[in-house]
Design a protein around this ligand. Sequence first.
Ligand SMILES: Cc1cc2nc3c(=O)[nH]c(=O)nc-3n(C[C@H](O)[C@H](O)[C@H](O)COP(=O)(O)OP(=O)(O)OC[C@H]3O[C@@H](n4cnc5c(N)ncnc54)[C@H](O)[C@@H]3O)c2cc1C
Length: 297
Amino acid sequence: MIDCLVIGGGPAGLTAGIYLRRYFRDVAIVDAGCSRAAMIPRTYNCPGFPAGIPGPELLSRLREQLERNGGKITEGRVSRLRKLGANEFMAEVGDTTIAARTVLLATGIEDIDPDLPGFDEAKKSERIRYCPICDGFEFRDQNIAVVGAGEHGVREARFILNYSKELTLIDFDATDLDQTLKDWLKMHNVRLIQQQGRRFFLNEEEKPCVEMANGEQHCFDVIYSALGSRVRSNLALDLGAEHDGGDCLSVDKHLQTSVTGLYAAGDVVSSLDQLAVAIGQAAIAATAIHNSLGMVD
Ligand SMILES: Cc1cc2nc3c(=O)[nH]c(=O)nc-3n(C[C@H](O)[C@H](O)[C@H](O)COP(=O)(O)OP(=O)(O)OC[C@H]3O[C@@H](n4cnc5c(N)ncnc54)[C@H](O)[C@@H]3O)c2cc1C
């Protein structure tokens, strides 16, 4: 029986692993290898890196730090988590099981992409983005489009307006928008395109473009995809953990879920999806886990 099983080896899981090792805790980290941080071309808002740092390099530094403190990552996917008693969890990873006194879920989320041909190819240009909080600053005063639907799309447009006044909201589902929202878009000169899309492509200047069902083509400096995300919280939800209504886990101030002994940190928790937040939450959760386990033998 180990002290803690960390599920997920992104910034949250790796940070928790580093802290727990430095508390002399027996910890296993299982990771399925699809961290959102690996998709960051270069982050400029992660504190401590004034010239920015590519996401994969940040991950590799965190892994090295974990290893220097005696931790290691097991590659694999936890397919099932059971709670057998107070301070006793059992996780299934392939053909093996891991028994742990506590569990930290750091499994993150997965962005929902537009279901159109050419999107994955256009994404390689690094001009299709997901997170204006992260990189809107880098695209200030550029020609920006947001692909989003309904109120959520308008909210995202409102946020991006802080960076550029040349803004288009593309709603492939042609959602029936409230007149107040339409008026708001008009008042701020946000162009609204409500029509089915046909494909994404890059033009000769390598700028991302969308072709609509009627054949019209629209090109931009950058396109933000804002279609929401799938939260990888099912292992906790299956144990009855409370969530915010959108599958993000609800936690107390120590990052413990409503299931005793089950903690969560990073994007899977209901909060701001950011590296600094994932790292900070992991530090709090790891310390709470350590304190809850009593003296080290
Ligand atoms: C394109 C892009 C750009 C971004 N830019 C920035 C930026 O500039 N600044 C910033 O602060 N944030 C940025 N973010 C957000 C940032 O990447 C996330 O907030 C951060 O990665 C969250 O860390 P995490 O550890 O919670 O989740 P993740 O990094 O997603 O890691 C979760 C890990 O859990 C693993 N996992 C999932 N389920 C299981 C399972 N059942 N068993 C085992 N392992 C599992 C996954 O494989 C993954 O490796 C960006 C995100 C994207 C997509």
